[in-house]
Design a protein around this ligand. Structure first.
Ligand SMILES: NC(=O)c1ccc[n+]([C@@H]2O[C@H](COP(=O)([O-])OP(=O)(O)OC[C@H]3O[C@@H](n4cnc5c(N)ncnc54)[C@H](OP(=O)(O)O)[C@@H]3O)[C@@H](O)[C@H]2O)c1
Length: 280
């Protein structure tokens, strides 16, 4: 894998399996790249980073799962970003489709955990609490289920547990993503990694909560009916809510592009804003 933007970088050794002991040089360099150029979490706010993969024609899944879109470089970045996270925020649709399990210490770079727990917690967003298939996740005491007051009432209220996982209420009839993020911050989580899915990410983007997007573009055409990586529920009929992004870096490996964008006013957005200002 090698960096191609903003400057060409040296070849980085691909390491997709974490090992204990000192960080390999390529992992340390990659971690620096993914920490670079952002303010990160501040005293009064968290940092929300999304990590997603898409086909060249924008599909977020192949046969209902994202795994077929990835490759070794994407896997390396996936585990690196998990290693840098305090908590992983994920929608129940993804947890069910991808059969989520607790993040495993053995798959993470312990040298990047900086005195934090060995693995990040997983916070699951669900309105239905219909979490069949998520039993491994629910059997972990670190797991948090962010849900509605209505759903929690049926499960024993906030602070109750489903399996070993803790229930946290963040909204009345829908989970309010602002409240959900505030609840995570109050639990001490500041570096939040969201792994989607598309409907959860759409709500985070609509609420202006996405600080960073790490996007792997896979060299395939999917040509099916899969959603984009950010996709509002059609029934929600929401207007566009544009987040300006600045391209921070691009890496490439075997035809895959690994782009990192941070929230900001890109040249394109600035041009549009200037044109609007000129028109009065
Ligand atoms: N390409 C990628 O990087 C990537 C990443 C992740 C997922 N995916 C793919 O995306 C697909 C799943 O996408 P998705 O959009 O259906 O899943 P999603 O966003 O992960 O989950 C949607 C579900 O999350 C819960 N939810 C989300 N917002 C809520 C809110 N405000 N209030 C209450 N509950 C809320 C609901 O769960 P309940 O139904 O339990 O109420 C809802 O059905 C899968 O095919 C997966 O493989 C791709």
């Amino acid at each position: 894998m090698r960096q191609i933007y903003p400057v060409a970088g040296p070849e980085l050794e691909l390491i997709t399996t974490a090992t204990t002991g000192p960080l390999p040089a390529s992992v340390a360099q990659l971690a620096d790249l993914y920490r670079d150029g952002t303010s990160g979490p501040a005293a009064d706010r968290p940092w929300i980073r999304a990590n997603m993969v898409a086909s060249a024609d924008g599909a977020a899944a192949l046969a209902g799962r994202s795994g077929g879109l990835g490759g070794p470089a994407d896997r390396m970045v996936f585990y690196l970003l998990r290693s840098l996270a305090d908590v992983i925020l994920v929608g129940a649709g993804t947890a069910r489709a991808e059969r989520y399990k607790p993040a495993r210490e053995s798959r993470l770079w312990v040298g990047l955990r900086d005195g934090r727990p060995p693995a990040p917690a997983i916070a699951l967003v669900s309105g239905s609490l219909d979490l069949g298939g998520c039993e491994p996740l629910l059997s972990d005491a670190q797991t948090i289920v962010l849900t509605t007051a209505a759903a929690a009432a049926g499960a024993g209220g906030t602070g109750a547990r489903t399996g070993q996982a803790r229930i946290v209420v963040a909204g009345e009839r829908r989970v309010d993503l602002g409240q959900a993020v505030a609840a995570l911050v109050s639990l001490g989580f500041r570096q939040i990694l969201t792994e989607g899915g598309p409907r959860l990410l759409a709500q985070l983007a609509q609420a202006g909560l996405v600080d960073e997007l790490c996007l792997t573009t896979s060299p395939v055409l999917a040509a099916g009916t899969a959603s984009r990586i950010v996709a509002s529920d059609p029934a929600a009929d929401r207007p566009d809510a544009v987040t300006g992004l600045v391209l921070a870096h691009v890496l490439t490996d075997a035809g895959f592009l690994l782009s990192r964008y941070v929230k900001g006013l890109s040249h394109h957005m600035k041009g549009m804003a200037d044109a609007a200002a000129r028109q009065g």
